[in-house]
Design a binder for this molecule. Structure first.
Ligand SMILES: Cc1cc2nc3c(=O)[nH]c(=O)nc-3n(C[C@H](O)[C@H](O)[C@H](O)COP(=O)(O)OP(=O)(O)OC[C@H]3O[C@@H](n4cnc5c(N)ncnc54)[C@H](O)[C@@H]3O)c2cc1C
Length: 486
């Protein structure tokens, strides 16, 4: 029996697992997908928000500011790139100047450091590609950018390095309450645990309904994006927001940690049952272009390399729900974690651990806990001398598989064999970026498939793009001598 079963391996479930791995506990993460970070965590704005906009009394406001301050240490320990590029909320009309003032006041109440209002000229000096009509901006130096899925994968890997188990393809279908424990069922397996932590993203209400009548519901709210090629790098230097509205933070233009440019998201409420609708649509993408033009008219959309969408977990309560259930003892909900959930993840993990420790005060520490994740080799960033040395040690680092991103075979093999390693084309792309460049995997995809089959003793027809049914090859079109190889 496990002490704790965490449902969901997004950034929240993974961060919670790593935090609880500091203690001598038997923990399992149950994830319905075939990889870590396949829910909302893989499709969002990737901003570590400074935290000036949520109501000062809200849990999300407090978690955001605390989580933001923890990012340097967490990302250093987990070897995840993170940059504090700062953000600007721009006022385009005189009436919006008041909004900047109220965001500034709210930010001060929450303790956000370094906020200041810049004049239109100061904004133009920092951001020459923004429209010159901008009147002023709220500058937040602590805002940052990160790769959200990389953070989740790193959290999960480090949790596993510290003894946590991960069960992929385990969709929780039912939970039975027994004396002193929960029986958690997938379609073909049952896991028993003393405590359940529900971090199931947009499905957190459905998971809670398995043990109680939910006092909250989660509505999916979709946001769509354009992602521009690295050739657009430098279009903006900060994360640029318009003034916020009832629908949220608005359509931003932002650099990504890998040097691309992101434009979006819109905000579209879907029906409560549309929790898989991560498709993009022509009308909403057109709306994003038109709306972003109010901030930046010179966005080079011809450099667009992909579009994508993510689903916000919009809770009926309006705020993060992070608490032991009132109805069901030892069942902890971590639900409604919409934006700024990524920014808040380190603080949410600490809060969940402290709820667990309040319920179980005699929990011992894990004496072997190691917070440091083994660093990844980033071949493209190495000096010529370091590259030569690396190739001499392991020639697989000398074989470049992805020419857009300059990713070597050695890096891909390492990404497969680490804890929480990649098993699909997109899983490898999220870990080491083959396929994330301009050709979007057109050249390197088949090579990555070959490496996956070799390293995992699979057939080519077993390899999937992403989810369970996303087969790439179905068989040979022409029969030949090497038929058995597929
Ligand atoms: C458009 C958009 C923009 C955003 N921008 C930002 C931003 O810039 N900054 C920021 O701080 N936040 C942002 N967010 C919010 C942030 O992305 C989320 O708060 C965060 O990713 C939530 O992580 P999670 O682990 O709770 O959810 P998820 O990543 O969705 O993880 C939940 C996991 O649970 C699994 N699961 C569900 N049901 C079951 C089941 N029955 N059994 C087993 N597993 C199950 C899912 O497969 C999934 O992997 C944005 C969100 C969106 C949609």
């Amino acid at each position: 029996m496990y002490d704790i079963a965490i449902i969901g391996a997004g950034v929240i479930g993974s961060a919670v697992a790593r935090e609880l791995s500091r203690y001598a506990l038997k923990i399992v993460i149950l994830e319905r997908g075939n990889d870590v970070a396949v829910g909302t965590t893989k499709a969002n704005s990737a901003i570590v928000h400074a935290g000036y906009d949520a109501p000062a009394t809200s849990l999300k406001g407090k978690m955001n500011v605390k989580g933001n301050a923890m990012y340097d240490e967490v990302c250093q320990a987990l070897d995840v790139p993170f940059k504090r590029v700062g953000s600007l909320v721009v006022a385009q009309h005189d009436e919006e100047l008041e909004t900047l003032e109220s965001l500034l006041e709210n930010g001060k109440l929450l303790g956000v450091p370094g906020l200041e209002i810049l004049s239109g000229d100061a904004v133009a000096a920092r951001e020459p590609n923004l429209n010159q009509s901008i009147k002023a901006a709220l500058y937040a130096p602590t805002a940052g950018i990160v790769e959200p899925w990389e953070l989740a994968i790193a959290y999960c890997e480090n949790a596993m390095d510290n003894g946590v188990s991960l069960k992929l393809n385990f969709e929780v279908k039912g939970i039975d309450r027994k004396a002193g424990c929960f029986e958690i069922h997938s379609k073909d397996e049952t896991v028993t645990a003393s405590t359940v932590i529900n971090a199931a993203g947009v499905y957190a209400d459905a998971v809670y309904n398995m043990v109680a009548d939910s006092h909250f519901t989660i509505k999916p709210r979709r946001g769509q994006y354009y992602l521009l090629d690295k050739e657009a790098n430098g279009l903006v230097n900060h994360v640029i927001f318009p003034c916020p509205s009832k629908l949220g933070k608005g359509i931003l233009v932002a650099p990504t940690i890998d040097g691309n440019v992101l434009i979006g998201p819109d905000s579209q409420d879907l029906t409560p049952f549309d929790k898989e609708a991560t498709n993009t649509t022509g009308d909403r993408l057109q709306y994003i272009r038109e709306t972003a033009a109010a901030i930046c008219e010179v966005v080079p959309y011809k450099l667009n390399i992909t579009t994508f969408a993510g689903l916000r977990a919009e809770p009926s309560t309006g705020d993060f729900i992070i608490e032991e259930s009132m109805e069901v003892k030892n069942f902890i909900n971590v639900a409604g974690i919409k934006s700024p959930g990524l920014s808040s993840a380190p603080a949410i993990a600490e809060r969940v651990a402290s709820i667990y420790l309040d319920i179980n005060p005699n929990t011992a520490e894990n004496p072997a806990f190691n917070p440091i994740r083994r660093p990844r080799v980033k071949f493209a960033d190495m000096t010529i001398e370091a590259k030569q040395e690396m190739i001499e040690k392991d020639p697989r680092y000398g074989r470049i598989i992805c020419r857009c991103e300059m990713i070597s075979e050695g890096e891909i093999i390492d990404a497969i064999h680490r804890n929480a390693g990649g098993r699909t084309l997109n899983g490898i792309k999220r870990r080491v970026r083959p396929g994330a460049g301009r050709c979007q995997g057109g050249f390197c995809g088949p090579r990555v498939m070959e490496i996956l089959t070799r390293e995992l003793s699979l057939k080519m027809t077993d390899i999937k793009q992403e989810g369970l049914d996303s087969y790439i090859l179905t068989g040979k079109t022409k029969r030949g001598d090497e038929d058995d190889a597929i």
